[in-house]
Design a binder for this molecule. Structure first.
Ligand code: HEC
Length: 350
């Protein structure tokens, strides 16, 4: 992006940045508040304890902080390199047997391949899942390692949580079907053609590289049922440039119209010279991830989930300048600091 003039902006860090975790947003259902916020319907923190009776409550123990908001789990440090493996716990994964090898293949597909190894555990039922969450013992009788806390939930709260887990990631999210993942990239109305191309080209090359993968892997993936373990993960990516028009006050409406017409799974990249606020707000409202947009004016907030920025943009520069001035010779001598502000971009980060 060719941003020709970067104003020097000084401002004080708002006390709001340092405030405690905000209350659960209104859209969280009771089960979701339990899962994502570690908050019971009574408003109290989720009562959890680690093996060895160390009690930890609230945010540090939310299911989402380890198993991720999607329930897909994670593999911090790599499961083969001694890292911690946090298993998937969304509905489809919990309520079917879990296998070590080729875990996607179930029932007849496993028989066809002659896979004889028994599952690590059978499918959970509501009762065995409740027992596992309280006692740390899975339905095969295995005790969880100490990475997984134990939760002393009442029957009512347990039922809420389990209902939520059953539905979690049980259907494909908007913009995804068996063959395709649809993405869009947002381009502000004021963006010059050269900057637009510079943002689009690498994205399009990356998507083309991904879409070529089945050819690179050859037909091996399709030949045996085992290949389904991979092929079911492979979907073609499509990218639609959402070029906005007119003033930023109208962008939110334009984004809504495009999304309603054909929803996308996420926004990739994107570029605007002005504030990212209208796009940020749209993504929060739609729960739509927006990955690494190019903007000098990101929305700096500890209450937002869905947009991942490269940096805090001009605010970050302003803070660095403020810190420098506060500790430099100007502060020691009490000299006056004059701030020159030019245009909307200069005023915005104050
Ligand atoms: C501090 C990280 C952490 C938190 C918080 C956490 N888990 Fe886990 N969880 C793990 C790890 C690690 C395992 C794997 C344990 C093992 O296999 O020995 C696990 C395993 C599980 C399993 C067993 C999955 C299977 O296939 O048998 C379930 C179910 C589960 N967690 C549900 C939850 C729920 C629900 C919450 C929130 C109420 C939660 N976890 C919070 C780390 C965590």
């Amino acid at each position: 992006m060719s941003c020709t003039w970067r104003p020097l902006a000084l401002f004080l860090l708002s006390a709001a940045f340092l405030a405690a975790a905000p209350p659960a947003p209104h859209w969280l259902s009771a089960g979701e508040a339990l899962y994502r916020e570690g908050r019971l319907p009574t408003g109290k923190a989720l009562p959890g304890s680690l093996k060895g009776d160390r009690t930890v409550q609230g945010m540090a123990m939310t299911c989402a902080s380890c198993h991720m908001a999607s329930g897909l789990g994670s593999s911090e440090g790599g499961s083969n390199e001694g890292g911690v493996r946090v298993p998937p716990i969304h509905g489809p994964a919990l309520f079917q047997p879990r296998y070590l090898a080729l875990p996607r293949l179930q029932g007849a597909d496993r028989e066809k391949l002659g896979l004889k190894a028994p599952p690590l555990r059978p499918a959970y039922t509501d009762a065995s899942l409740a027992r596992a969450l309280r006692s740390g013992i899975d339905p095969a009788g295995r005790e969880f390692n100490e990475g997984m806390p134990r939760y002393a939930l009442t029957d009512r709260h347990m039922a809420l949580l389990i209902r939520y887990l059953r539905a979690l990631s049980a259907t494909p999210p908007p913009g995804v079907d068996g063959k395709t993942i649809r993405f869009a990239t947002v381009i502000g109305s004021e963006v010059r053609a050269a900057d637009r191309e510079a943002m689009l080209k690498p994205l399009q090359s990356f998507l083309a590289f991904n879409n070529d993968m089945p050819r690179t892997f050859g037909h091996r993936m399709f030949r045996s049922p085992a290949g389904r373990n991979l092929i079911e993960d492979h979907r073609t990516y499509t990218l639609e440039p959402w070029v906005l028009s007119g003033p930023p006050a109208t962008w939110r409406r334009q984004l809504e119209t495009r999304y309603r017409k054909a929803p996308v799974f996420a926004l990739l990249g994107g570029i605007s010279y002005g504030s990212w606020q209208p796009i940020h707000d749209f993504c929060e409202a739609r729960r739509l991830p927006c990955i690494l947009p190019i903007t000098d004016l990101p929305v700096v907030s500890d209450q937002s989930w869905y947009t991942l920025y490269f940096s805090r943009g001009l605010r970050q520069e302003g803070e660095a300048a403020a810190r420098f001035l506060a500790s430099g010779p100007a502060a020691a001598t009490g000299s006056q600091v004059v701030q020159v502000v030019q245009g909307a971009t200069g005023r915005a980060p104050r």
